[in-house]
Ligand binder design. Structure first.
Ligand SMILES: C[S@@+](CC[C@H](N)C(=O)[O-])C[C@H]1O[C@@H](n2cnc3c(N)ncnc32)[C@H](O)[C@@H]1O
Ligand SMILES: Nc1c(NC[C@H](O)[C@H](O)[C@H](O)CO)[nH]c(=O)[nH]c1=O
Ligand SMILES: N[C@@H](Cc1ccc(O)cc1)C(=O)O
Ligand code: SF4
Length: 485
């Protein structure tokens, strides 16, 4: 068996943006060979039989016996997934009125796929290192969320760098400061060392949880940071955050949940077991969680399949996962690309197969997201015909993809959403973060605006460009001109 590595998978039907073999070869990742045949795996998928890791590997590779994606087989996988989507969730395409309010870009974790972060020492009070990042105080976060509530948002999504001055609460500050060498032993420096104090995690949650907004924050990596240097259980940490206003947790920091891949792309991050433990802790604290996979760098298709199994097992145990979010690796400005470890991100064919196989494999996760931030409008809409049923959110401000070199914008109006979704013959639906509240939208009854948020009254969201937020951007984080793809 020769192929199946993600590098191979960009071949014949990939739009010409394939990666080199260097990533996979440099790290000696075995190319997958399975005991399953593509045909058998496809038959199981069509019949609704629960798939194995080998099945998923065959489907993702359109067969491991030859290299490159076979376009005819790919269409068969996409068709099976699209049919499964129609059976399970019907023709609705959901999206949420949301704002991204990321608190800080300061981070020393050093993930090689990430250009969101800035080295934390550049944020120190006596530093003269130039950087384009930001740290917001709790008061600044509150003002930004409060303004966005007036625009009708339902959710604020907040993911941040692991700022060394971040602690869960005052007690955590004391524990961290008591280390002999807090910086090297616990990745901790006191807030006084920095130009801007981000406050504690509890203070940020309390600040962002304003006016009944749904607060979606604290990834497993952030939860680890909020417990570092202590023996606190994840459940207890998430309970305290929930008491301060947290409603659900994003399942990012997942990347590829196979440690040999994590060793290459994010050696400073928590391992797979710890990520799972954090998600279980969030679920035990009563929070919903999302799940993600960032793919298309050095991993093989077999790693992707193993990752999906970790997610499915977690969902079997918790039932807390509301959606699966495939995150297509944006390569342009990242260390992985600059150091020549990868030549590009995944091909479009790979994006389609990941969405489709996620729909077929994750039989216990209802919703699969297509990301226009990562893929652009046209390809994002195509992904809605490959098994996806959610089209993310209005976002209003996006920093992770844009800093990595993504070019597809960071704001989406309701009218844009309704027009695009209606154009592919599906029904546009405004949703809550947990998908339990949904509002079908009549495309002919515009103009359209959010109605589910605490202050939403159907008025179209208008971008407020007047107030500053400490990040050097306007309150909505973008301008109408930026928003064009
Ligand atoms: C930037 S981190 C912020 C939260 C926190 N520091 C963490 O790692 O969980 C959030 C997620 O963004 C995604 N991400 C970062 N850089 C990316 C890139 N270049 N392409 C696609 N996704 C990326 C990763 O999945 C990462 O876990
Ligand atoms: N896919 C991306 C998301 N997805 C998050 C959603 O917008 C929303 O927060 C979630 O569905 C929970 O309701 N967010 C990003 O910032 N970037 C993405 O690529
Ligand atoms: N999609 C994640 C959040 C996220 C944030 C930023 C990203 O670049 C990607 C994903 C969630 O909703 O749980
Ligand atoms: S992905 Fe998160 S933890 Fe890793 S460097 Fe970026 S901000 Fe830091």
């Amino acid at each position: 068996m020769s192929s199946g590595g993600s590098s191979d998978a960009s071949g014949s039907d990939g739009g010409g943006d394939g990666r080199s073999e260097s990533g996979a070869e440099a790290f000696d990742f075995a190319t997958p060979a399975t005991d399953q045949s593509f045909e058998n795996a496809l038959a199981k998928a069509r019949d609704g039989v629960r798939l194995t890791v080998d099945d998923a590997t065959e489907l993702l590779a359109t067969g491991t016996e030859s290299s490159g994606i076979d376009p005819v087989r790919k269409e068969a996988v996409l068709e099976a997934a699209d049919r499964r989507r129609a059976e399970e969730v019907g023709d609705e395409v959901t999206f949420v009125a949301n704002l991204n309010n990321n608190v800080t870009t300061a981070c020393n974790t050093g993930c090689l796929f990430c250009n969101f972060k800035d080295s934390a020492h550049a944020f120190e009070a006596d530093s003269d290192v130039e950087h384009a990042g930001f740290t917001k105080t709790p008061a600044e976060s509150r003002e930004i969320v409060d303004d966005a509530l007036d625009m009708g948002i339902y959710e604020v999504c907040s993911v941040s760098g692991l700022h060394p001055a971040f602690a869960l609460n005052e007690e955590h500050h004391e524990i961290l400061a008591a280390h002999d060498d807090p910086a090297s032993e616990a990745n901790y420096k006191p807030p006084e060392a920095y130009a801007t104090d981000p406050g504690t995690y509890v203070e940020q949650m309390d600040a962002m949880s304003v006016g009944g907004v749904h607060l979606h924050s604290m990834t497993p990596e952030e939860a680890y940071h909020a417990a570092r240097g202590t023996d606190w259980e994840y459940e207890a940490v998430y309970r305290e955050l929930a008491d301060a206003g947290l409603d659900s947790a994003p399942g990012t920091a997942a990347e590829i949940l196979v440690d040999e891949v994590r060793d290459v792309i994010c050696p400073g991050k928590i391992r797979t077991d710890d990520w799972v433990a954090a998600m279980e802790g969030a679920a035990a604290a009563g929070l919903d969680v999302t799940s993600t996979m960032m793919y298309g760098h050095v991993e093989t298709v077999a790693h992707r399949a193993e990752h999906l199994k970790v997610i499915r097992d977690l969902q079997d145990r918790t039932g807390a996962i509301t959606e699966f979010v495939p995150l297509s690796f944006i390569h342009q400005n990242t260390p992985l690309y600059r150091r020549g470890v990868v030549d590009s991100g995944p091909s479009r064919a790979e994006d389609e197969l990941v969405v489709a196989v996620a729909r077929l494999f994750l039989d216990n996760v209802d919703h699969v997201q297509a990301s226009w931030v990562k893929s652009g409008d046209a390809h994002g809409l195509k992904l809605l015909n490959c098994g996806a049923d959610d089209f993310m959110g209005t976002i209003l401000s996006e920093e992770i993809t844009s800093r990595a070199g993504g070019e597809y914008g960071e704001y989406r109006s309701f009218d844009d959403y309704v027009e695009m979704i209606a154009a592919i013959g599906r029904t546009p639906v405004e949703r809550s973060t947990d998908y339990r509240t949904r509002r079908r939208i009549d495309p002919d009854d515009g103009p359209h605006g959010p109605q589910l948020g605490p202050r939403a009254d159907g008025t179209p969201m208008l971008l407020d460009r007047s107030s500053g937020d400490g990040s050097g951007r306007d309150a909505a984080g973008t301008t109408p001109a930026d928003a064009d793809d």
